[in-house]
Design a protein around this ligand. Sequence first.
Ligand SMILES: [Zn+2]
Ligand SMILES: [Zn+2]
Length: 374
Amino acid sequence: MATDYYGVLGLARGASDSDIKKAYRRLARDLHPDVNPDPGAKERFQEVSRAYQALTDPEKRRIVDLGGDPFDNGAGAGAGGFSGAGFGGLGDIMDAFFGGGATTRGPRSRVRAGGDALIRLDLDLDETVFGTTKDITVDTAVLCDACTGAGTAPGTHPTTCTTCSGRGEVQSVQRSFLGQVVASRPCPTCAGTGQVIPEPCPKCGGDGRVRARRTIPVKVPAGVEDGMRIRLTGHGEVGPGGGPAGDLYVEIAERPHDVFTRDGEDLHCRVTLPMTAAALGTTLTLETLDGREEVDIRPGTQSGSVLTLRAKGAPRLRATGRGNLMVHVEVETPTRLDAEQEKLLRELASLRGEDRPAAAGAEGHGGLFSRLFK
Ligand SMILES: [Zn+2]
Ligand SMILES: [Zn+2]
């Protein structure tokens, strides 16, 4: 029985050449043994490759379209001679067949740019609000001072790689299901650089950089927030061969504060007032980040009301001015009343007509109870 080569690629009979290519490329990327260790995938890959070969060769495809199998005796078996074993690397297949490797090659520089580094800086609220300068200790790759990045022992020089004659790449001819494929790959001796270091620098082993711990002062601007990053250009990792250093990012982590919570440029805190103070009014002394502040509580202040202390919040990072400090008031109902306090409260309740509050709604006073029992 003839194999359904279109079906193997997930295509309908009569699919276009470009559809066949696309389907094969997609499947090969998923199934190639270089990327998929599953043993079943290898078998699938062979099937898919065989289908691709059958459908891209006009002669073979004609046989498929006539209901035959081009890999059965005689019919096209000699041409190319499919062999499931010994495929090249996935990149080679892609390059050979789809021109993916058409980019210009040649020796690449031994010197490459360094990576960025990230460090976390824990700060207290007053430090993020008002700004500060902190010393941070970082452990990154720095330029090797023995060879100043060259990677060579004193008095020696790099030499041309003999494996690739300085071209940085080597070519190999491989048999694959596509027939013969000439594959280029970076030279394994010189890692594609075309040069070798016969006598590496004893301090850095030829890398041109060494790990070192150093302390850097970081200026933290006023108004930074948790999660923000400060970039210190050129303070990251030095690259291989002494290449330019990446950047160092300092990520701000704001420690929680006992009293204040932060919402952008505004600060929030909570104060608890005795019922009597809320009713009669009072003056509170509040320890803000700017020092002591007197806060007037007006008579009749309700639980849940919010007092705004203007410009006592965090500075705006990219503008002038400061946010506000919002004081959330909670009124506390007294619990353990002694006999005299209870008597006084009952008298007060009676004077205010609140001794049977449920009646207030029934009489249409429009209080809380009326709203609850409508
Ligand atoms: Zn060195
Ligand atoms: Zn080489």
